[in-house]
Design a protein around this ligand. Sequence first.
Ligand code: NI
Ligand code: MN
Length: 220
Amino acid sequence: MKLTYQGHSCFIFDEGGHSVIIDPFLTDNPFAKIKPGDVKVEAVLVTHGHFDHLGDSIEISKKNKAPVIAPFELVNYCIERGTTGHPMHIGGSYNFPFGRVKLTIAFHGSTTDTGAVGNPCGMLVTMGSKSVYHAGDTALFSDMALIGPVDCALVPIGDNFTMGIEDAVKAVDFIKPRLAIPMHYNTFDVIKQDPEEFRKALAGSPTEVKIVNPGQTVEV
Ligand code: NI
Ligand code: MN
């Protein structure tokens, strides 16, 4: 399974000829290496309604005829704006042609320009034999221990809106991923962080930390 980072919390997952994007915040994302029109995917996964996650989901979904996969209320918001969608909710999982998606809890908010759109979530995505947990925007919570172990965890470290580095290190202890990749940092001034601090704090732990540059692809 290949993960390509587009900055902030946006990744493209590729496996066995299948491609999906998660939290496609590309327009106005200073780190994104691609434009919404460049994206070729079969599904658009969205953890919550905030602009830096919902991002270009509606445009990408329409152009690719790719369903938005997200919590029920957020999918309805997208469908009202012309997309297709597959609503899910927290605790539920479903086998799609590209792989399995399970929605996990996230402690955060979920609003759009029109107000609240239900609960935010994290996503456990299994493609081929590999599992990736995208934590979304969330605080640390001890039930992360019930999500892992996974092959790879994508964890926010930016602080202010989500976990900071100290809590993200504890999150990795709970999740027990083989590989951890920090996300949701440096996009805005209030979430400036040095990801090296996160890597150093986990040196000697069973988890390898990879700091992935925008545009870079890593094999999980
Ligand atoms: Ni958010
Ligand atoms: Mn965010």
